[in-house]
Structures are given as structure tokens and as C-alpha cells.
Design a binder for this molecule. Structure first.
Ligand SMILES: Nc1ncnc2c1ncn2[C@@H]1O[C@H](COP(=O)(O)OP(=O)(O)OP(=O)(O)O)[C@@H](O)[C@H]1O
Ligand SMILES: NC(=O)c1ccc[n+]([C@@H]2O[C@H](COP(=O)(O)O)[C@@H](O)[C@H]2O)c1
Length: 274
């Protein structure tokens, strides 16, 4: 399959990134390798979308710091970017809505590309939604619009089963319409979980299981704990992130108590309507 025939994919990771770790970055590399190894996909972009402060997770520090650390971590990447749309919303945004927002952006950007291709006067043939621009031998089709996949760890997939955490229609939309690239994580058994869930089993072909053979339990929770105890976090996080944390004295016993008495936004939202 030539690279032009491959489906373009954008990987979107939603999470706390409190703080961003090397494992978060590695997830993107693993998923890109896995998808491209199939010979059917070309991963064109990775997006990191830190959750907003109104998510109310215990120990969640301000989004401005989490965003800045994510930006520092990806400053040398030529394909992973950070997006602040989600974190700028006044209320917590369901992941399905975040995915939809980015899918719409990608679609509108791609449609603009079509218009530009036509406007540049190089259009030779318009056939079955296919615009062939001969001078650059660039073929742009409606099918060429990159497809969005949610990138997550197996714990997020398994959290779909937690009562009042996810709306069933959101799970259906994320898995059925977009698809998920899921990185294995110690202590999780995503294949078993998929088999036990009717909706995940129905859409199992849209779930790309990405195995991390070098089992790696770098977690943001562990990093925050080490920081509270004055232990080194070097090599767990990108160096500029370590420096940023030191400069701003982030992550203390006090910051870990943030939202300690709050109810996580999805529970607040879905429990009260039941
Ligand atoms: N070691 C890991 N292996 C696989 N996936 C991971 C790993 N660490 C984080 N992820 C994934 O990265 C995404 C963003 O993670 P997020 O920051 O929300 O949680 P986290 O890193 O598990 O942090 P915390 O420890 O604070 O819960 C999630 O999809 C999560 O599953
Ligand atoms: N119903 C939902 O859309 C829903 C529920 C729980 C977590 N999430 C998202 O999952 C991500 C990871 O959350 P945790 O850091 O709590 O694992 C966050 O971006 C959060 O917004 C979404």
C-alpha cells in the first residue's frame, strides 16, 4: 500500500498530565509504531489535551502549570502538540465532546485544504470526491481526512465499567465512531475487559491494543509522591519539566490535598441526574 493510500490518523490523549511523564510521551511512540506496522495507517499528529481544573481530581494542580509542562515536554517533537481548548472551558468537558471537537477541527482544516487545492488553479480532475493536483502529484480525497483515535492507557478503558463515570452513549461514540489506541498497563487485563463488555466487544475492531513489552509503571501519582518526599524524579520526566517543577515549587503535601473533599466532576454530573 503506498503512503498516499494509507489512512491518516491523529492520536488524541486526554488526561490529567499532573505532571506529564516520559511514559505519556512513550505512549504516542508506541501507538504510532503499532498503527504504522499494520501497513494501513500513517500517524500524522499527536495531540495532548490536559483536563481542566473543574475535573476536581485530588491533587490536580492548576491547568496553566500542567499545560506549560506538557509544552516543555513536547517542544522538540515534530509531531506531538499540546492543545489547551479542553482546559480553557469553564466546566469539565466529557471526553466524547473533546474527541468530537478535535474531529471537527481536523475535518474543517482538511476541507480548507481542499478549497486551497482547488483555488491554486492546479485542479485537473474532480472525480468521485477526488481532487488530483498533477503538478505536485498530491492526491486529496474526502477519505483523506485524518481519522481521530483516542489514545489511552488500559486503566482508562477499564474505567468505562465504573458506575456513573461514563455515559454509555459516550463510550459508544468514542469506540464506535472514532476508535481507541490502548496501551497495556501493569495490573490491567484489557482483552478480558473487552470480552466482558458488550459495547467494547461489538466495536473490538476499533480498539487497537498496543503492548508495552518493557513494562513501565511510571505514573504521575508515583512522581508526585517522590516529589513530596524530596526524592529525585530525574529520568522519569523530561529534564525541562523537572526544572519547571523545581522553579515553581510544584507538588507538595499541600497541593496533594487540592480537591480532597471535592467530588470528581463526572460523578457529580451523572450521579445527580440518576
Ligand atoms: N505507565 C503507563 N502505562 C500506560 N498508560 C499510561 C501510563 N501512565 C499514564 N498512562 C495513560 O496516560 C493517559 C493520561 O494519564 P493521566 O495523566 O490522566 O493519568 P496517570 O498518568 O495515570 O496519572 P495519575 O497517576 O495522576 O492517575 C491515560 O490514558 C493513562 O492511562
Ligand atoms: N465520562 C467521561 O467523559 C470521563 C470520565 C472519567 C474520566 N474522563 C477523562 O479521562 C481522563 C483521565 O482521567 P484520570 O486522570 O482521572 O485517569 C481525563 O481527561 C478525564 O476528563 C472522562
Amino acid at each position: 500500500m503506498s503512503s498516499r493510500e494509507k489512512t491518516k490518523v491523529v492520536l488524541l490523549a486526554c488526561g490529567s498530565f499532573n505532571p506529564i511523564t516520559n511514559m505519556h510521551l512513550r505512549m504516542f511512540e508506541l501507538a504510532r509504531d503499532h498503527l504504522e506496522d499494520t501497513g494501513r495507517y500513517r500517524v500524522v499528529k499527536g495531540i495532548i489535551s490536559p483536563v481542566g481544573d473543574s475535573y476536581k481530581k485530588k491533587g490536580l494542580i492548576e491547568a496553566c502549570h500542567r499545560l506549560e509542562m506538557a509544552r516543555l515536554a513536547t517542544q522538540n517533537s515534530d509531531w506531538i502538540t499540546v492543545d489547551d481548548w479542553e482546559s480553557q472551558q469553564t466546566e469539565w468537558v466529557e471526553t466524547a465532546k473533546v474527541v468530537r471537537h478535535h474531529a471537527e477541527l481536523i475535518s474543517s482544516e482538511n476541507n480548507n485544504d481542499d478549497v486551497d487545492t482547488v483555488r491554486c488553479g492546479k485542479r485537473r480532475k474532480l472525480e468521485q470526491n477526488t481532487i488530483i493536483c498533477q503538478s505536485s502529484s498530491y492526491i486529496n480525497t474526502k477519505e483523506d481526512t485524518p481519522h481521530l483515535n483516542l489514545l489511552c492507557g488500559a486503566d482508562v478503558l477499564e474505567s468505562f465499567g465504573v458506575p456513573n463515570l461514563w455515559k454509555p452513549e459516550d463510550i459508544e461514540e468514542i469506540v464506535g465512531r472514532y476508535g481507541v489506541a490502548c496501551i497495556t498497563r501493569c495490573g490491567s487485563d484489557p482483552e478480558k475487559f473487552i470480552n466482558q463488555s458488550d459495547v467494547l466487544y461489538k466495536h473490538r475492531k476499533n480498539i487497537y491494543m498496543v503492548r508495552e513489552w518493557v513494562t513501565n509503571e511510571i505514573s504521575a501519582t508515583h512522581v508526585r509522591r517522590a516529589l513530596r518526599r524530596g526524592q529525585s524524579v530525574l529520568y522519569l520526566l523530561p529534564d525541562p519539566v523537572v526544572r519547571y517543577i523545581q522553579e515553581h515549587s510544584l507538588y507538595s503535601a499541600e497541593s496533594e490535598q487540592m480537591n480532597a473533599d471535592a467530588i470528581l466532576a463526572p460523578f457529580q454530573k451523572y450521579t445527580s441526574t440518576n
